[in-house]
Design a protein around this ligand. Structure first.
Ligand code: F0G
Length: 462
């Protein structure tokens, strides 16, 4: 008798020591809650959420080592020992000698945009991120998307859809001149494209081109570990390199980085601005005292910096990132059983449901992704977020909605928080909403704040 092929599974490289109860609610309760929240999942009270896939930002479970680190916080106003632990690890893992802590990523984005950008400049980047682009625009720049076309196609299976299209970048340099481009803004993986990575080869090519025009590269390294994982598993020549080695090679092409530590570093708060450029560092170190706090704490407690320093050691462990992306892959393969369309290939931090396709009967100005996120919450208490026309905001020139090609609902995985059973529950809820999709009606926006409207905008059922 032929031997049966036995599947060998993977599992998380940790076990659970502390648990936090979550509440299950009735549909009736959720109907009231989402109406009160103006059909915006950002405005729900988290007590009313069952499985929270809104974001992986600051929602991570810290390790026992990180919690132990919290107890050795040195809360001195100046020169906290935890600052020096963190600085050492920033040098060690990102290879950047100069460092300023910030309370979160957008504070670093704000400072670097103000320091590097002059009014009338252009910032090319591999697709926009909401807060990043806003800070670049507030500093007087125009953001130009130079990502490869495949990034805008949810069905395209190319492994590096976060790559920069060199032709688009060259065309921009020729059009506006290198002097008007203070830096290229590169993120990896690309959040708004579905967590799609760039390849090392593409990064090297972009570096070569920019170097010849004396244009610097700056890296939004918020989820750089996931990009390093994809390079290791998808790009020729990297299978045997460690995550830490790949990260170091990536950052070597950049003049500097900003990081929302609330992601890769598996903490609840924190940000990093780090660079090789001493002049830029000196400006940032001066600016941080205006907006955040002294340059040895940058809006953080000493204990937060210690948790970040330990988080840096943990983030480069292969088994951690493998289990993280393994969860997202499992989610995708379960959705495939029901034929639910989502952005392919599976990205680093989240599954992005293709709301344009799922609610194809709704025009984009009825906010299909906003609608789908609300419907999913109604069905089961699973919370995701809109990543479509609401997130894209309005064109600062024309005041019109920016209609992005991608109209998505993001279901994001906090690190080390949910189990495979939670994923099953979420998948089954999505499958039910998908089956019932033809009966779903759209939304009308009834309140729109000036900046980052997806956070606080309110809607009404049509
Ligand atoms: N860059 C990227 C790629 C991000 O995903 C975020 C935050 C930031 C910068 C800003 O960092 O939140 O610490 O100020 N992303 C969160 C998300 C909000 O849900 O994707 P922050």
């Amino acid at each position: 008798m032929a031997k049966k092929v036995i599947k060998r599974s993977w599992a998380e490289p940790f076990k659970i020591k502390v648990v936090e109860p979550i509440k299950m609610t009735t549909r009736e309760h959720r109907e009231k809650a989402i109406k009160t929240a103006g059909y915006n999942t950002f405005l729900l009270e988290s007590e009313d959420v069952y499985i929270d896939l809104l974001t992986d930002s600051g929602t991570n479970a810290m390790s026992d080592r990180q919690w132990a680190g919290m107890m050795v916080g040195d809360e001195a106003y100046a020169g906290s020992r935890n600052f020096y632990h963190l600085w050492n690890n920033v040098k060690k893992y990102y290879g950047m000698p100069y460092f300023v802590p910030t309370h979160q990523g957008r504070a670093a984005e704000h400072m670097i945009s103000q320091i590097l950008i002059k009014k009338g400049d252009y910032i090319p980047g591999n697709m926009y991120f909401t807060t990043t682009r806003l800070h670049q625009e507030l500093a007087g720049a125009t953001f130009i998307d130079v990502i490869v076309d495949e990034a805008h196609d949810p069905t395209n299976e190319k492994p590096f859809k976060g790559n920069i299209d060199l032709k688009k970048l060259k065309a921009l340099i020729n059009k506006v001149g290198a002097k008007k481009i203070p830096y290229v803004s590169i993120a990896g993986p690309v959040n708004m494209a579905g967590g799609q990575p760039f390849s090392m080869k593409n990064l090297k090519d972009v570096y070569k081109l920019c170097n010849s025009h004396k244009i610097k590269l700056w890296f939004d390294a918020t989820r750089a570990i996931e990009n390093a994982y994809f390079i290791k598993t998808r790009e020729r020549g990297y299978a045997k390199k460690t995550i830490a080695e790949i990260l170091k090679e990536m950052t070597s092409y950049f003049e500097g980085i900003w990081v929302s530590a609330k992601k890769d570093l598996m903490v609840n708060i924190g940000g990093i601005l780090a660079t090789k450029n001493k002049k830029v560092f000196e400006k940032a170190r001066n600016m941080v005292v205006v907006y955040e706090g002294l340059h040895t704490y940058g809006g953080l407690a000493g204990r937060d910096m210690e948790a970040m320093a330990i988080g840096l050691n943990e983030m480069v462990e292969y088994d951690n990132v493998r289990a993280r992306i393994g969860q997202v892959e499992y989610f995708g393969s379960e959705l495939d059983k029901y034929g639910v369309p989502y952005v392919r290939p599976v990205g680093g931090h989240a599954i992005f449901l293709d709301a344009k396709k799922i609610l194809s009967h709704l025009p984009q100005d009825q906010f299909p992704a906003q609608t789908l996120a609300a419907e999913l919450y109604l069905d089961s208490g699973v919370r995701g977020m809109e990543r479509g026309v609401v997130s894209a905001g309005r064109d600062p020139e024309t005041g019109e909605h920016r209609f992005p090609k991608l109209e998505l609902v993001r279901l994001t995985f906090p690190r080390r928080v949910y189990t495979q059973a939670h994923i099953d529950v979420a998948v089954e809820s999505i499958a039910s909403v998908y089956q019932n999709r033809k009966n779903i009606t759209g939304l009308k926006m009834i309140y729109e704040p000036e900046y980052l409207r997806f956070f606080q905008g309110r809607f009404k059922k049509l």
